[in-house]
Ligand binder design. Structure first.
Ligand SMILES: Cc1cc2nc3c(=O)[nH]c(=O)nc-3n(C[C@H](O)[C@H](O)[C@H](O)COP(=O)(O)O)c2cc1C
Length: 208
């Protein structure tokens, strides 16, 4: 049976629920799915497709980037998709970065204050700025798809330096911005993006 891994990093826990929803949607296509924190994954040998998710924490979660770099060679064989959770994204109209299609949660991007001239914070929160390190980490492989979605922010759980960064740079109000229909719609398309729908693979296996 085709086996997919949905691996996630999290700081405050909300990305774990997102990974579970992504896994549920993929499983609806008849594929076997494991949803695991990155820290529990030793190797990718058992898998035919991998989804790696993580939040923006002053750049994409460091453990997620490390994971992509560590398994770069495996991704030459195993198709990869990535999802990013964020509270702030500047509306630029981009739908791909470095040739990779990007699914943007339509509720997340905010238009710049002045059309045509982005301030420091708006430049920081551009899609290309967020995703460039991810594309560098997987090079020469490109993910088949990247999804970026609104996350969840709770100031009460944060250390003082984290509160300061979020207030100054992210400038997002606390709250729940996970858009489940958007997350599930993106995830439902992954078996096709991986070219791994179960019936197709079964036919290929029988023919071999
Ligand atoms: C220290 C810190 C830094 C963050 N940096 C960013 C950021 O650069 N851009 C952004 O859009 N969101 C940023 N966020 C918001 C998180 O990405 C968002 O709250 C996410 O859903 C948290 O996921 P988690 O609950 O799995 O940790 C930051 C949050 C924290 C606490």
């Amino acid at each position: 049976m085709i086996r997919i891994l949905v691996a996630y990093a999290t700081m405050a826990g909300s990305t774990a629920d997102v990974a579970r929803a992504v896994g549920e949607e993929i499983a609806k296509s008849g594929l076997q799915v494991d949803v695991l924190p990155l820290s529990e994954i030793k190797d990718l040998e058992a898998y035919d497709g991998v989804v790696v998710g993580g939040p923006m924490i002053m750049g994409w979660h460091r453990a997620s980037l490390r994971f992509l770099k560590k398994h770069r060679d495996a991704f030459q064989r195993i198709p990869l998709a990535v999802f990013v959770m964020a509270m702030s994204l500047t509306r630029t109209g981009e739908t791909s970065v470095g040739g990779v299609p990007v699914y943007v949660d339509e509720k997340l991007p905010k238009p710049p204050e002045k059309e045509g001239s982005l301030n420091f914070r708006e430049r920081y929160a551009r899609l290309s700025k967020y995703l460039q390190p991810i594309l560098l980490a997987t090079r020469p492989v490109k993910p088949v798809s990247i999804g970026i979605f609104g996350g969840r922010l709770e100031y009460g759980r944060l250390k003082w330096w984290a509160v300061l960064f979020v207030m100054l740079i992210v400038q997002a109000p606390a709250g729940e911005r996970r858009n489940w229909p958007a997350i599930r719609a993106w995830a439902a398309g992954l078996p096709a993006a991986f070219q791994l729908e179960s019936t197709k693979v079964d036919v290929l296996k029988q023919a071999a």
